[in-house]
Design a protein around this ligand. Structure first.
Ligand code: CP
Ligand code: NVA
Length: 301
């Protein structure tokens, strides 16, 4: 019953399209002060081992809107923090809850949780992927009137979780993707391999940011130091900053996106971040509406 969402590759194109359509409807209803209580009576746990503002709050508020109860757990405060196994924890949690939303480090932890859970598990970010963010961002892009099969996204920065999920999404949805990263920061080779083998989109990984943005419809960036990373220095990322000079290489007038939190002056300048083409705050709002669509998709029979 229900569905896991552990990685973008768990989804098919028509399912992503349906979630985006539903997110639009839920947004419209929310603006009218309404929300269907489609998850009435459910209890959903949020097991978050890393910090979160948007993902945690949007899921908690979304669950409330849908008539469900959110139960936040800091793993350090649970017996996980004293060595109880993930497998045992999954069995216990799924005997109380109707779904588990998890944010952690290794993707293997989410997989182990899901293998041992009797209820759906949703990945709310690992070091490898951030699938709920990317579904929400595709909703934000389509809301701007962009055809999800016919646009080019340029991702600049560190080729980790956000970039990996865009690689998988590009293969599924068919949009073109240029990932511009410093050497050594390329996306995950397994995700790249699967995307290039099974997808029909054009995906390139390059080291030249100006070339990546030239014919881009969307420019996307993310922090240079992700949660859990002990990176010393960010000098290698400096040429990948989204700034006015970089935008002068664009042939189009691209949308600027950022999953947030932003570090103004690092991956993006304040000037670009606060410019009208930057939709970062709309992206953040849309995590509520898309999150509700994801919850319905995963938790309803
Ligand atoms: N974009 C995102 O996942 O933000 P949080 O880390 O605040 O949840
Ligand atoms: N790459 C970032 C994304 C934050 C939403 C991180 O993992 O910290």
């Amino acid at each position: 019953m229900g569905r896991n969402l552990l990685a973008v590759s768990d989804l098919e194109k028509n399912e992503v399209r349906e979630m985006i359509r539903r997110a639009g409807k839920l947004k419209e209803l929310k603006k009218q002060g309404e929300s269907p209580k489609n998850l009435e009576g459910m209890s959903v746990g949020l097991l978050f081992e890393k910090q979160s503002t948007r993902t945690r709050l949007s899921f908690e508020a979304g669950l409330f809107d849908l008539g469900a109860r959110a139960i936040y757990m800091n793993p350090a405060d649970t017996q996980l923090g004293r060595g109880e196994t993930i497998a045992d924890t999954a069995k216990i949690l799924s005997s109380y809850l109707d779904g588990i939303i998890v944010r952690t480090y290794g993707q293997e932890k989410v997989l182990e949780l899901a293998e041992n859970s009797a209820v759906p598990v949703i990945n709310a970010l690992t070091d490898l992927e951030h699938p709920t963010q990317i579904i929400s961002d595709l909703f934000s892009i389509s809301e701007q009137g962009v055809d999800l099969e016919k646009f080019k996204l340029a991702f600049l920065g560190d080729g980790n979780n956000i970039a990996n999920s865009f690689v998988a999404a590009s293969a599924i949805m068919g949009f073109d993707l240029s990932v511009a990263v410093p050497p050594g920061y390329e996306p995950n080779p397994t995700i790249m391999g699967e995307a290039t083998e099974h997808g029909n989109s054009k995906i390139e990984v390059i080291h030249d940011p100006a070339s990546a943005v030239r014919d881009a419809d969307v420019i996307y960036t993310d922090v240079w130091v992700s949660m859990g990373e002990e990176r010393k220095g960010t000098k290698v990322f400096r040429p990948f900053q989204v700034n006015k000079e970089l935008l002068s290489f664009c042939h189009k007038d691209p949308l600027i996106m950022h999953c947030l939190p932003a570090h103004r002056g690092e991956e993006i300048t304040a000037e670009v971040m606060d410019s009208p083409r930057c939709v970062a705050f709309t992206q953040a709002e849309n995590k509520l509406h898309a999150g509700k669509a994801i919850l319905e998709f995963c938790l309803q029979d």
